[in-house]
Design a protein around this ligand. Structure first.
Ligand SMILES: Nc1ncnc2c1ncn2[C@@H]1O[C@H](COP(=O)(O)OP(=O)(O)OP(=O)(O)O)[C@@H](O)[C@H]1O
Length: 375
């Protein structure tokens, strides 16, 4: 990264300092740990030598059988081995303790409260009413009120940091709002059991995380009890079959930790296949901002259209086609709705949405071109 941005001298100073600090910490760790390790090893070996010396004399004098001495020495050696091993493992155990502390902190995080008298969603429309929310106190949504009608596609647009992803997180109840209400199918999400809420909502995130298993296992995660035919059908609709064809191992090809053996576009296709398999009435979709190659772009468009059919879709739209295809557009800025309507409406109004549209069109018109001299 430093090379790519030509920040050699300035960037390397920080890198050098970090490496020196790591080196110093490593030496300190050795200094602190070494005396104990060496001391223990010395004591263990010395005891062995003493036993050998003490045992040899009676053996030579005949009061101790040679076989007995050998047995004694073997026993002593077997005793010394684990003692030395324990001291070596001590360091590793200390490192593992740190990891365990972090895992425990995560496990100790309080879960959101479950309702005493749970209700189920009645329909697939979504409403946010006067929602206020901030991460660690800094406000992101400021009294947001918006509607997502049932069975239609609603596009959410707005500048970076406007709070679009936060809206999706609140609908899926990753957090509870500080004030106001989020309703799914007319019911406050706090009055729904987590499993009831997740059974009506699928989320396709911008950065998709895959688990270190096969392509097929990752698709099946959408509905673990689905039949093989259903898993293949969902995967084919999302054009995951193209990925399986490409990889050695096909459907059973491992995707690597986090899905690092697949491209960003391919990971999204797996994620859409999961959502298709889950087959929920509501889909929350965070569209990728990154440009994709033609194959991925085409496959994703197809997959998304299949996913949107007959469902309530809330999509964070970055692509013009998505915006054009949406039934309803909501423009968000600084945690509030600043414009709302259908595409024709908003274009005619020539406000924020029309501005966003023009910006995107201009960006789409950009082409990488070689300078005339080297063309
Ligand atoms: N987990 C988090 N912890 C703290 N702050 C966060 C967290 N997630 C988002 N934020 C902050 O909340 C604000 C809104 O973020 P959000 O991701 O909802 O915006 P966005 O409109 O989706 O932006 P983008 O289009 O760039 O994805 C930003 O200022 C962001 O820095």
């Amino acid at each position: 990264m430093l090379r790519a941005f030509g920040r050699t001298a300035q960037g390397h100073t920080a890198l050098d300092e970090a490496l020196v600090a790591q080196h110093t910490a490593g030496r300190r760790m050795l200094r602190v740990g070494m005396p104990g390790l060496v001391g223990l090893a010395f004591i263990a070996q010395a005891s062995f030598v003493v036993l050998l010396a003490v045992g040899t004399n009676p053996a030579l004098g005949g009061s101790l059988e040679t076989a007995e001495l050998i047995a004694l020495l073997v026993l002593a050696a077997r005793f010394v081995e684990p003692v030395l091993l324990t001291s070596e493992l001590g360091g590793a155990i200390r490192v593992a303790e740190n990891a365990l502390t972090e895992i425990n902190e995560l496990l100790d995080t309080e879960t959101l409260p479950e309702p005493r008298t749970p209700r189920r969603a009645d329909g697939a429309h979504i409403e946010l009413d006067g929602v206020r929310f901030g991460y660690h106190g800094s406000p992101v949504l400021d009294g947001l009120t918006m509607r997502v009608p049932q069975g239609r596609m609603t596009a959410l647009v707005g500048p970076s940091g406007a709070g679009k992803t936060t809206v999706i997180r609140l609908i899926a109840r990753f957090f509870d709002p500080d004030a106001g209400t989020v309703r799914v199918g007319g019911v406050d999400v706090r009055e729904m059991r987590t499993e009831d809420l997740t059974s009506v909502i699928s989320v396709v995130f911008q950065d998709v995380h895959l688990f270190d298993g096969t392509i097929l296992e990752n698709v099946r995660l959408g509905r673990p009890d689905a039949t093989d035919e259903e898993v293949y059908a969902a995967a084919r609709t999302a054009r995951v079959d193209q990925i399986a064809d490409r990889l050695p191992g096909g459907w059973d090809a491992p995707v690597g930790e986090g899905g690092n053996r697949l491209s960003g576009g391919e990971r999204r296709r797996v994620s859409i296949a999961r959502a298709l398999l889950k087959d929920t009435p509501i889909v929350l979709f965070d569209e990728a901002t990154a440009a994709l190659d033609a194959e991925n772009e085409h496959a994703l468009q197809q997959a998304m259209s299949a996913l949107a059919r007959n469902r309530t879709v809330l999509v964070i739209a970055h692509r013009l086609n998505t915006l054009r295809g949406a039934d309803h557009i909501v423009v968000l800025d600084e945690g509030r709705v600043v414009e709302e309507g259908d595409h024709t409406d908003l274009m005619a109004r020539n406000g924020r949405c029309a501005h966003f549209w023009r910006e995107r069109r201009r960006a789409q018109g950009w082409r990488l071109a070689a300078p005339a001299a080297v063309r």
